[in-house]
Design a protein around this ligand. Structure first.
Ligand code: ME8
Length: 538
């Protein structure tokens, strides 16, 4: 039955839902992009895949932003939510859902979830005192706050040691979730699922937190303080904590709570991957599984946590104001160039600096390593890719020349690395390896020098070389689709690969024997290239 379940369930990947207190920046785009690359990869396998993204609209942070702008919070949400939706569209993110926590279905799902939590017996009411951080929407334990000096007026303030954001002392009555009761179950679950959080170093932090810092979780705020949110069912004097509200979005999108018993799997839950920034790992990897355990729902299968984009070594953040406007970046560089730049760095495992010079540098490598390569094999009058494909696949080919054999093995080895890294949620390593195939192919072409074989009249050698280079390009084109969908499509058009031969089954050497006649005009000269000159920028 378990096997059955797995096949029926669509693959479900999520992004965080973003606070609407300000406009999106490149960091938010990055989370969407990583999730989109994962989705597109699974689609290439032929799976049914759902990607959800959206906006987190309740809570103190949004309430205060609206007050500051003298706006009704709903109006602020409507305007800013639309900007995130627009960003997803402009960046070619293939999200199937865009959830807003102010949607009525979501409110119903959260209220239902709350009621199940209450039924579970893990909620109790008590006085809460502690340091609350509005910017991070969380309480911090005493051990995690420190004194600092306000840059605004030089006064002593208290800040979170983790994020540096200001905290304030609160004393109020609210509902608590008995998180500490889940300590052993969580630790057992982590132990049984060693790849549940990737990369591993983030998982180590999660385990440490559960072992050493676990406290019960305050899950409501007095409505007198927080009015912009979902009221606690049966107790409107309390508003549901924004993080409980927000996490449930992943269930709402999957159709919760109208699952018929036994049909949960048809709706996508449990999620296959939650993509999150490292700043919200604790919420997704400690609070969320415990809440799900309390109401007896299956847990997400994996959490992929990524690092932060920095500007001049500081985290890009709305509160700090050091952000790159993703709309400007998209229109300056083009969608695929920005997608390539963001995915090619190491921002999953480490923090990465956003830098225009580096974008140009990476673009030049694409021009030299891939654009020129494509022209080198498709343009010459001395041979034809189509003829080489036909010759190699329809006639009985002679044994491969040693140089071709070696090269073919290298490409297959690299492809293996690409597949392994995609399947273990390392898309940036995979992308770099795809590019290695292209760089190695350039080298092969130079070393093998088919133009010399043309002069010698050694037609077998020419066909072998051209065909294997074309095969690499075809495969590189297929593998690049999740990352740079438009450029990859153009590459495959230039090679004449049919639209229905671009999935992962076709990403094998010799899998396709029908291509080679370009379906678009290849043009001539340096401006007709997959990666044309940038113009004045270069
Ligand atoms: O935390 N670099 O929303 P948020 C990379 N609403 N990614 C970044 C980034 C940066 N500089 N800045 C933000 C929230 N992000 C909650 C989430 S989910 C149920 C609720 C990305 O608007 C990263 O994924 O503060 C981070 O986790 C997320 O945006 C936080 O967005």
């Amino acid at each position: 039955a378990q096997g059955q379940l797995k096949e029926d369930k669509p693959y479900y990947v999520t992004t965080p839902i973003f606070y609407v207190n300000a406009s999106p920046h490149v960091g938010h785009l990055y989370s969407m992009l990583v999730a989109d690359v994962i989705k597109r990869w699974e689609v290439l396998k032929g799976k049914r895949v759902y990607l959800s993204t959206g906006t987190d609209e309740h809570g103190m942070k949004v309430q205060q932003a609206a007050e500051l702008q003298d706006m009704h919070p709903k109006l602020l949400c409507d305007t800013n939510s639309e900007t995130f939706r627009d960003l997803a569209k402009k960046a070619n993110i293939t999200n199937d859902y865009f959830i807003r926590t102010t949607d009525p279905e979501h409110r119903d799902a959260v209220r239902y979830f709350w009621a199940r939590l209450r039924d579970s017996g893990y909620i109790y009411e008590s006085k809460h005192e502690g340091w609350y951080c509005v910017s991070d929407e969380t309480f911090y334990p005493e051990s995690m706050v420190a004194k600092d000096v306000s840059p605004v007026d030089g006064k002593v303030i208290m800040v979170s040691m983790e994020t540096g954001n200001t905290v304030e002392w609160l004393e109020e009555r609210n509902y608590h979730f008995r998180l500490t009761a889940f300590r052993d179950r969580l630790l057992q679950f982590y132990h049984d699922n060693p790849n549940w959080v990737v990369p591993r170093n983030r998982f180590v932090e999660v385990i440490d937190w559960v072992q050493n810092h676990l406290e019960d979780l305050s899950i409501s705020r007095p409505a007198s303080r927080l009015s912009w949110g979902i009221p606690v069912p049966d107790d409107p004097s309390q508003t549901i904590y924004v993080w409980v509200d927000a996490l449930v979005n992943y269930l709402t999108t999957a159709g919760y709570p109208v699952w018929r018993p036994g049909s949960e799997h048809t709706q996508g839950w449990p999620a296959d991957v939650h993509v999150v920034g490292k700043d919200i790992v604790r919420f997704h990897c400690v609070y969320w599984p415990a809440l799900l355990m309390a109401v007896d729902l299956p847990l997400p299968r994996q959490v992929l946590s990524h690092g932060h984009w920095l500007m001049s070594k500081k985290k890009m953040s709305k509160s700090r104001g050091n952000v790159v406007n993703p709309f400007f970046a998209l229109s300056r560089w083009g969608v695929d160039i920005l997608r390539y730049f963001l995915m090619h760095g190491s921002a999953i495992t480490d923090d990465a600096d956003y830098n225009n010079e580096l974008i140009i540098e990476k673009y030049k490598k694409l021009q030299g390593g891939l654009g020129n390569l494509l022209n080198r094999v498709t343009r010459p009058k001395d041979w034809s890719v189509r003829e080489a494909v036909k010759f190699m696949t329809q006639k009985h080919p002679s044994p491969l020349l040693p140089i071709v054999e070696t090269y073919k093995n290298e490409v297959e080895q690299a492809m293996k690395i690409v597949f392994e890294n995609m399947d273990t949620l390392n898309p940036n390593v995979a992308l770099r390896e795809i590019m290695e195939i292209a760089y190695n192919t350039n080298k092969f072409l130079t070393d093998a020098a088919p133009w010399d074989k043309v002069k010698e009249g050694n037609i077998v050698a020419v066909h072998q070389m051209v065909y294997h280079v074309a095969e690499s390009l075809r495969i590189v084109g297929i593998l690049l689709q999740p990352f740079i969908p438009e450029k990859a499509a153009e590459l495959l058009d230039r090679l004449g690969v049919a639209a229905n031969r671009r999935s992962l089954i076709d990403a094998k050497i010799y899998a396709d024997t029908e291509y080679g006649t370009p379906t678009i005009d290849l043009g001539s000269g340096r401006y007709s290239s997959l990666f044309p000159p940038l113009g004045s920028e270069e």
